[in-house]
Design a protein around this ligand. Structure first.
Ligand code: FAD
Length: 392
């Protein structure tokens, strides 16, 4: 999502201090001119924004320097499980089907494809109607005159927004995130990713996903067309880039040894098997696609208190069925509400580092990941720069 969908904001602060370091900090340190720290750091959760294309190269350099054998351009399609252990993942490539064998597998597909194909149970969508969070097509503009946008009279801006709302309510204009539109109409910049064009549906249904993605691309152009006509500073605006893929926030949530839920997030719950910290709010983008997000409501009861954070437990990435298979990222074990917080990239990277380290140490020790001494894992993570405090 960080690169292909242009999702370019990182959150590392509990609003008093930075509480996510480790790989996230290493990426920040390596990114140089590709990344910027917000001037109000660390008073907001959002602390950095980056150039998605630059970050693609930074991640590649990190993998290369660590000696990782990287193979892109393949799709995991089947997981081979015998005697309760995963032995290989079959992948489709341009030259045919191949098997990737290993002793431990970590599924970081976002959708939990490897784990679901291995037969692990999963949940999908919110409890009330089974719908997952809305998606968004992010886009960047060029040709905008930012000074003219800023200089526009507030009434003009308001009129444009009202026109968008009226047309939308009449069914003649796409849905949009109002807070996002307001921001662009007052502070538009060139080459900055904008997050305001929603879509809703099932991201695991390839036909539906194709339709939603194409419709969202049309919607971006419809919105920019209206701005070009109506909004000072947008006369020569063009769409410079859209995500290569639409942004997907939620699909399968693989059931694990532990499940992160809303109350754990809000109460800043601590865990003996902590591998790092999280603090983001229960940020739910309307599963019906209106574009509304609970983030705009900024309700304090949906977030840990200022200066506090919850623990991300190893158990949400492990399961009781296949001991040599873990999941990391947005497919880890959560409720719909828990995921709404821990889906942040910085939080997913905490899981990646914690589980990757656990896999390496377990392999060396010749034990399964769940059996590895978690205190030793935590000691290694701290040595590697991970912030890990208040472990009970
Ligand atoms: C529009 C939008 C805005 C967001 N805003 C923010 C934000 O401001 N800050 C923030 O931190 N987070 C934000 N998020 C959330 C965050 O980006 C995601 O939750 C996070 O990137 C998930 O990481 P992941 O590694 O689990 O999955 P992904 O980023 O989805 O990565 C999964 C990877 O696996 C690959 N893959 C999938 N299936 C297969 C397969 N079968 N075989 C091989 N490869 C496969 C995919 O190509 C992809 O590269 C946003 C999300 C969206 C959609």
């Amino acid at each position: 999502m960080a690169t292909n969908a242009l999702v370019n904001i990182w959150h590392t602060s509990d609003r008093r201090k930075q509480v996510i370091f480790g790989f996230v900090q290493e990426a920040i340190d390596r990114a140089g001119a590709f990344i910027h720290r917000y001037p109000d750091y660390p008073r907001r959760p959002e602390t950095h924004w980056f150039d998605p294309e630059g970050m693609r190269v930074v991640f590649w350099r990190m993998l290369k320097d660590a000696g990782v054998r990287v193979v892109c351009n393949l799709t995991a399609i089947e997981s081979l499980v015998t005697d309760g252990r995963i032995r290989a993942v079959l992948v489709d490539t341009k030259t045919g089907r191949k098997a990737v064998r290993g002793k431990i597998f970590i599924d970081a597909t976002g959708d939990g494809d490897v784990a679901a194909n291995a037969g692990l149970p999963f949940d999908f969508g919110r409890a009330s109607d089974g719908r997952v969070q809305g998606m968004t097509m992010i886009y960047c503009l060029c040709g905008v005159d930012p000074a003219a946008v800023r200089a526009a009279a507030p009434e003009v801006r308001e009129q444009v927004l009202e026109q968008m709302k009226k047309l939308r309510d009449e069914g003649k204009f796409p849905q949009f995130l109002e807070a996002g539109a307001k921001y662009v109409l007052s502070s538009a910049k060139n080459d900055t990713p904008y997050n305001m064009v929603p879509a809703a549906g099932n991201p695991l249904d390839e036909e539906e996903l194709t339709r939603l993605s194409m419709e969202a691309r049309e919607h971006v152009f419809q919105i920019v067309d209206l701005w070009r006509r109506e909004m000072p500073g947008f006369e020569k605006a063009q769409v410079a880039q859209m995500g290569h893929s639409i942004g997907i926030r939620e699909s399968r949530r693989i059931r694990g040894l532990k499940t992160l839920d809303g109350p754990m997030v809000v109460s800043a719950a601590k865990q003996p098997d902590a591998i790092g910290h999280g603090f983001w709010m229960i940020d739910i983008h309307d599963p019906k696609g209106s574009g509304h997000t609970t983030w705009v409501d900024q309700k304090s009861e949906m977030m840990p208190p200022v200066g506090e954070s919850y623990h991300i437990p190893l158990g949400m990435c492990l399961n009781d069925k296949i001991p040599n298979l873990a999941v990391v990222g947005r497919c880890a074990s959560t409720t719909h509400e828990g995921l709404a917080s821990v889906r942040l990239q910085s939080h997913c990277m905490v899981m990646g580092q914690g589980v990757g380290t656990c896999a390496a140490l377990s392999l060396a020790a010749g034990v399964d990941m769940a059996k590895f001494d978690v205190r030793k894992l935590q000691a290694q993570l701290r040595k590697d720069g991970v912030y890990l405090q208040d472990v009970p």
